[in-house]
Design a protein around this ligand. Structure first.
Ligand code: URA
Length: 190
């Protein structure tokens, strides 16, 4: 297992897949390295690639609002992605790109040791929970894997495209809040 410094340096010079050709920045992750709650998205978009930080574009603003509504802040959680470099035109990361990058995410999870993991969208849910995960069918369901409490919800970008997904996503965030309370972890506003 790599230390944080080693991980950041390896990601910075990574050429394991073709995504490195067009990146401006590698987006490793951000937030509290000892967080109880970790969010995992799909991969950097345009703003993330430019700034080197996850979820700083329109989807990130919505994520911040949803977190704030359950008294969670960016400083309390850790946010990472399945792939650390932006796929061209924001297309889904290919299986080989995800596979090349997943060791970095596994390493991050081992370093953070969160109690709760929330997958944002289908790509993260398939990579982290199960390859046959169906976001519409399986979102909001808690599973326990290797001692982590894991749930997936719609990707915030999907909520921006389709308003009807906002209510179920909000239910999922309330479920996250209840899970935080149940496990006695930070950010529940209690
Ligand atoms: N979408 C993601 O999945 N991750 C980001 O960091 C930004 C947008």
């Amino acid at each position: 297992m790599l230390t944080w410094d080693e991980l950041i340096s390896r990601c910075g010079s990574c050429r394991r897949c073709a995504l490195h050709h067009h990146r401006t920045h590698v987006v490793v992750g951000m937030g509290n390295r000892n967080a109880d709650v970790m969010f995992i998205g799909e991969g950097p978009g345009e703003q993330e690639d430019l700034q080197g930080l996850p979820f700083v574009g329109p989807a990130g603003l919505l994520l911040d609002k949803m977190m704030a509504a359950i008294n969670l802040s960016r400083e309390q959680v850790y946010i990472a992605n399945v792939v650390k470099c932006r796929p061209p035109y924001n297309r889904d990361p290919l299986a080989e790109e995800q596979n090349a990058c997943l060791d970095y995410l596994r390493n991050q999870v081992l370093l953070v040791k969160p109690k709760i993991i929330v997958c944002l969208g289908r790509i993260a849910a398939k990579a982290v929970i199960a390859p046959d995960f169906k976001i519409t069918r399986d979102r909001g369901k808690w599973v326990e894997k290797k001692g982590y409490h894991i749930m997936a919800t719609f990707h915030p970008a999907a909520l921006l495209r389709d308003e009807t997904k906002k209510r179920p996503a909000w239910e999922d965030f309330k479920s996250l809040q209840r899970k935080c309370q149940e496990l006695g972890v930070l950010g529940t506003g209690q």
